[in-house]
Design a binder for this molecule. Structure first.
Ligand code: CP
Length: 324
């Protein structure tokens, strides 16, 4: 058999097991649904280097990307993923769009839907809940590419794929998520996803960057890197979300780095050969030292970026193929 739309591993059997028309967050996904996405992402990841692999699953479909906040990784990988599956991609450049003339989100969405009749919309927005709102007014699947500090589900899924491909499992791992937890949608989605898949998740943050509550039970919290990293298999660092942070929560970047920045010394508190992750963009010398970010064996940062494409291929395959 050749790789075509007809023999994608996402069969009718497991398609029925995926209950959602949109991907708004990890919160509503079951562990089985997460594994359906990861299994298909694994299949696409194995074929990513084969430029002749063109399954044509989304031939003649249109994916509209609406990024109301900046992005390098997420937007580019969604575009690449859609094109690998055969779709046409329209990126609305928000910096030069009519939103700068005061057009409402509702009017922008209705205008784009009327003009393009998209088969999926990928949206990043600074407003909490914007993708959910859009999903109530359009006829096609909506994929959340990050909304405020709420969720970034595709980042958590690609992080899980990266861990699974490197270590073969997620269940039972000790995973520390460190830094600006309070403002991080990546942390929120990862806490939920990793817990659903059976990992032991710890949060390490200064009290000013610790959320009032966690989105899921069973999370341990620490304000000290040495105590929090002990026995960890994975150390997941976060970007300080300055765009959502009140002034004064961090005294200085240098002090933050001294207490919470990941260095060789702090990483030695974790298990031998513990692996390092960061969703990017990374701030070197603030959240992570150069030699750790660039460590050939222990840093998974570029693998995370790479796994963004097959993860987003899997999500679009699952949400869009039925409509093709
Ligand atoms: N990790 C992440 O969302 O990166 P971008 O902001 O570059 O998309």
């Amino acid at each position: 058999m050749t790789d075509t739309a007809q023999n994608s591993p996402f069969t009718k059997v497991n398609r029925k097991a995926f209950k959602h028309s949109h991907l708004i967050g990890i919160e509503t996904l079951s562990a089985d649904e997460i594994n359906i996405i990861l299994d298909l992402a694994d299949y696409y990841a194995d074929r990513l280097d084969d430029r002749n692999f063109k399954p044509g699953i989304l031939d003649n479909q249109i994916v509209l990307t609406l990024f109301f906040e900046n992005s390098t990784r997420t937007r580019t990988s969604f575009e690449m993923a859609a094109k690998r599956l055969g779709a046409d991609v329209v990126n609305l450049d928000m910096a030069t769009s009519s939103t700068s003339k005061g057009e409402s989100l509702l009017d922008t969405i209705q205008t784009m839907e009327s003009m393009l009749r998209p088969d999926a919309i990928v949206v990043r927005h600074s407003e909490y809940g914007a993708p959910q709102f859009i999903s109530t007014i359009v006829k096609c699947p909506v994929i959340n590419a990050g909304d405020s500090w709420h969720e970034h589900p595709t980042q958590a899924l690609l992080d899980a794929l990266t861990i699974r491909r490197r270590l073969g499992k997620i269940e039972g791992l000790n995973i520390a998520i460190c830094g600006d937890i309070a403002h991080s949608r990546v942390a929120a989605s990862n806490m939920m996803l990793l817990t659903k898949l059976g990992a032991h998740v710890r949060i390490i943050a200064p009290s000013a960057l610790m959320p009032e509550k966690f989105p899921v039970g069973g999370i341990e919290s620490f304000d000290n890197m040495q105590e929090g990293l002990e026995g960890c298999d994975i150390v997941m660092m976060l970007r300080n979300q300055l765009e959502r942070m009140q002034a004064g929560l961090i005294s200085s970047e240098q002090e933050f780095f001294e207490e919470y920045g990941l260095t060789k010394e702090k990483l030695s508190y974790a298990k031998d050969n513990a692996l390092v992750m960061h969703p990017g963009p990374i701030n070197r010398g603030v959240e992570i030292a150069d030699d750790i970010a660039d460590h050939k064996e222990r840093s998974l940062i570029l693998e995370q970026v790479r796994n963004g494409v097959p993860t987003r291929m899997a999500i679009m395959d699952i949400l869009m193929k039925e409509r093709a």
